[in-house]
Design a binder for this molecule. Structure first.
Ligand code: ZN
Length: 361
């Protein structure tokens, strides 16, 4: 009924537009909005880039969080393309920032700075070679999770953007082998990929859940760490408004998958909230504090760099996925959001319809 009415209305609108009574939707859009948004995101990018440049060896984000981010940002060809493009934009801007200070005579000089930038971001043992017709960069990362896909699309974009700005001619970079896909290192080369990478999404997500599980259950902290600003720089696709509803569904699904592979049932959560806290920090979603487990009460904090609605939504979706089991036990989860000193704070509390959770737990 509802659908039919909508369709009919649309038909009328189109007819009215054809007759020129109502301007077409495109014309009604304010072009100002786009340029504002672009200006904002550029300055945000610049703040992040400058901060990475001026930092020493980072010790903030587990590699697992970056892998989680890369997998989710490149699930479909359209998303991979966007991820690559956001890398290009960051790479171009990075070149401009360096060029202001360094005034390179040859663009080749700039590549050493690009390599240093990646090491500042957290990648290990970055090496490069420049030949007249071929540029190649290698990262010797610690990860050997073999997820079946080359994950560093954003980085390939960054190298491409940086070299394109330096050479003043289009340089297309591709990740030809990846340490998350059975190779000893991630290898970026200035060439077109021979064929579009075919990704089996379900297998990739399952592999990712396994990877997260292994790290969540390990007592050791991962070996490799990255800077928070670099994580945020590569999060443009994760928080892109046009993918928001799709992304939240995927994150909810991942939450459910990781929750069940970790066996995070009610009883387990009652015993300790530490697992939940560790999982959120492992994936760098937000700072999670479990205040009580019976009934469950927790607080999610988002620092000023992450005080964005999209990051809040992602964390809530992930938590909802993780706590799927609660819903089947007639529990309700309430959340409220507050903003304090530029930080977002989300409080999550468990309501209990029947007052019998103690018997169940
Ligand atoms: Zn890689």
């Amino acid at each position: 009924m509802c659908m039919a009415r909508k369709k009919g209305k649309k038909g009328l609108l189109q007819k009215a537009r054809k007759r020129g009574k109502i301007p077409a939707r495109k014309a009604a859009r304010k072009p100002v909005y786009l340029s504002d948004e672009m200006r904002q995101s550029t300055s945000y990018e610049e703040v992040l880039l400058n901060s990475i440049i001026s930092k020493g060896k980072p010790n903030e984000i587990p590699e697992c969080a970056l892998i989680f981010n890369s997998v989710l940002s490149g699930l479909t060809p359209a998303m991979r393309n966007l991820h690559y493009k956001s890398g290009i934009s960051a790479g171009r801007l990075l070149y401009r920032i360096y060029q202001r200070e360094r005034r390179y005579t040859w663009y080749e000089e700039s590549v050493a700075d690009l390599v240093r930038f990646f090491e500042n971001a957290g990648f290990s043992r970055v090496s490069y070679s420049i030949m007249p017709e071929r540029i190649s960069i290698k990262f010797h990362n610690c990860d050997r999770s073999n997820l079946g896909a080359n994950l560093h699309t954003f980085e390939a974009g960054m190298v491409s953007g940086f070299l394109t700005a330096g050479k003043e001619q289009q340089v297309q970079m591709a990740e030809v082998s990846c340490s998350s896909n059975g190779s000893e290192f991630c290898h970026f080369a200035s060439e077109l990929p021979s064929a579009q990478q075919k990704i089996r999404e379900t297998a990739l997500l399952e592999g990712l859940a396994e990877r997260v599980k292994a790290e969540a259950e390990s007592s050791k902290d991962g070996r490799q760490h990255f800077s928070e600003e670099y994580y945020l720089l590569g999060s443009a696709s994760l928080t892109k408004s046009e993918y928001a509803s799709e992304m939240n569904k995927i994150i909810y699904y991942m939450g459910g998958m990781i929750g069940s592979s970790l066996g995070l049932n009610t009883a387990k959560l009652r015993r300790s909230g530490k697992k939940l806290e560790r999982l959120f920090s492992l994936l760098n979603l937000c700072s999670m504090k479990v205040k009580g487990t019976s009934p469950l009460a927790c607080e999610m904090q988002f620092n000023s760099l992450k005080a964005k609605k999209e990051f809040v939504d992602i964390s809530i979706s992930f938590l909802n996925g993780l706590l799927k089991g609660y819903a089947t036990e007639s529990k309700t989860i309430h959340s409220s959001i507050a903003k304090r000193n530029g930080r977002y704070i989300v409080r999550v509390t468990e309501g209990n319809k029947k007052g019998d959770y103690k018997n169940k737990g």
